[in-house]
Design a protein around this ligand. Sequence first.
Ligand SMILES: [Zn+2]
Length: 255
Amino acid sequence: MVFGEMPQSKLTELMAKRSITLTKYEPECNVTLYRDGTNTVLFDVGAGPDFMPASGKLSESLSAMGLSPEEVTHVIFTHAHPDHIWGVLDDFDDPLFPNAMHHFGRKEWDYWWNPSTVDSIGADLASFAVGAKRRMEVIEDRVELFDDGQDILPGIAARASYGHTPGHMTFELRNGSEPAMIVGDALGNPHVAFERPDWHSGTDQDPVAAAAARISLLDQIAHDHMKIIGFHLPNGGIGRVERSESNYRFIGEPS
Ligand SMILES: [Zn+2]
């Protein structure tokens, strides 16, 4: 799904160089928790128990940290694919985070809210559209929409990175000594997305726009020496970006 559209011989070469075999690729799913003393914020919520057997562990993970879903004040979404939004409801289909405001990029919300999306998205992704809309209907009265460039909370700014989905958003954290970029699925794997950000990925709904977003994000993250936090990146998703002559490299932080 991820690599199908890429030039296969060059891909094999790249993977061999990095000692990666492509027969099985199971990326991590990392939900980001951010606390500033006042707000307890989640970026995306994972898939919940209905999507993949190994996912849906967010409640357990929070409770291992001594946090209950009731204590979450804000949930901010990068996009509405199943592994990022389906976990927003509990086993009874009620909102899992009853006291939280839920924040969506306006363009992303409008796309999945539109009843014709299920017909235009293609058969392969139709279940994504149905699943997103059903959950959005339940949380509709606790949703706030934001636009590109907007400060959602103090120190958290939204940045458009359209392509993986039509309204995919990333977030700049500038509230402390070290700036960070939460990239969601704009950088969806730790190897090809960094070494060949220009290659089109089969998981991006608009591969051309997604490649442009990746290149622009990598340029800024490397230039500003930002931390990077990626939903499907290894080491808990946290690391740095190193620029070499013609490409980039993900350097995971020791966890
Ligand atoms: Zn994802």
